[in-house]
Design a protein around this ligand. Structure first.
Ligand SMILES: Nc1ncnc2c1ncn2[C@@H]1O[C@H](COP(=O)(O)OP(=O)(O)OP(=O)(O)O)[C@@H](O)[C@H]1O
Ligand SMILES: [Mg+2]
Length: 291
């Protein structure tokens, strides 16, 4: 391991950034989050969040609210902690032994990390779509029906059929698969598998949907469909999306949070972040000067 790898994240920030084209260091420019981490009608509130993977301080004192029926975009350079933060919101980091999470996480006034909170039920309320599609080794139909069955959300087969069809339609996949609902989910193309996973997630009508770069494996048409879907879903759900595409963040979200080396640098209305960023690091990232 070289010296730089062993240095603290702050020292690495200084060294990486002053060492190349960007003459700005995080230590020199970061005091606190710029903008408005709170919002008027929060669905999820997080406060003073820290996440460690063993010694690696991956998220540092992040406070951020996510508004109900809004799309919040998390952006920032690779490794800045976007996925780590997102996974905290439905306790997906629980299964990583070396991962230690602290801070407040509140969903509609309820503590997400309370002992009484069942993570399986929590994840039914806070669903997640991953970067890499992960269909179950089951048929297309059964993938979508899975959550509806285990949570007993339908009364009979006809209702289940309707819910499966409706979810596949909303995910923009039904027309492509309606004649082969019994084929394996894994027999679909990558982009189709991703839409299948979206259908599976929305089938159980979660309150919040977390999306970690959901369109990175999709072609432009499927990406456009996913973005339309997000716009539609926000009428009923709260969405938090990680994306590397600035255009996508600008198109789909109402609020944008910019992360850098584990810190939340700036958060605000999406239009403001992209047209009038207040922090130097945000400005450099969105103008493509690093990242
Ligand atoms: N399962 C893990 N075990 C140990 N360290 C991890 C784990 N997941 C992430 N990390 C570390 O946490 C830090 C943040 O990683 P994270 O995956 O959250 O970044 P990211 O912003 O999502 O990056 P990318 O844009 O590349 O997906 C990195 O230093 C990474 O090495
Ligand atoms: Mg990530």
């Amino acid at each position: 391991m070289n010296e730089l790898m062993m240095a603290s994240p702050m020292a690495r920030a200084k060294s990486e950034l002053t060492g190349n084209q960007v003459n700005v260091s995080l230590a020199a420019t970061f005091e606190h989050t710029v903008g408005t981490p709170c919002c008027d009608n929060p669905k999820i509130q997080t406060k003073n969040v820290d996440v460690f993977y063993a010694e690696n301080h991956a998220i540092q004192d992040v406070s951020l609210d996510m508004g109900a029926n809004e799309v919040t975009a998390l952006i920032g350079p690779s490794g800045c902690g976007k996925s780590t933060y997102l996974r905290c919101l439905n306790r997906m980091n629980d299964s990583i032994d070396i991962c230690k999470v602290s801070g407040d996480f509140i969903l509609d006034g309820e503590d997400i990390y309370a002992k009484s909170q069942d993570p399986v039920l929590l994840r039914a309320r806070v669903g997640m779509v991953f970067q890499k599609p992960n269909p179950f080794p089951k048929s297309i139909y059964d993938n979508v029906a899975y959550g509806l069955r285990i949570h007993g959300l339908t009364q009979n087969k006809a209702e289940l059929d309707d819910m499966v069809e409706d979810s596949l339609r909303k995910a923009g996949l039904f027309e492509e698969v309606k004649d082969r609902l019994n084929a394996a989910g894994t027999s679909l193309s990558g982009g189709q598998q991703q839409r299948l996973c979206i259908a599976r997630t929305i089938a159980i009508q979660p309150e919040v949907i977390l999306m970690d770069e959901p369109a990175s494996a999709l072609d432009p048409i499927a990406t456009a469909k996913t973005e339309e879907l997000i716009a539609e879903l926000k009428e009923n759900f709260t969405i938090v999306i990680v994306t590397h595409s600035m255009q996508q963040a600008a198109r789909v979200s109402q609020r944008t949070a910019y992360f850098h080396m584990g810190r939340l640098i700036e958060v605000g209305e999406t239009d403001q972040i992209f047209t009038n960023p207040q922090h130097e690091l945000t400005e450099k990232y969105i103008t493509g000067r690093f990242g």
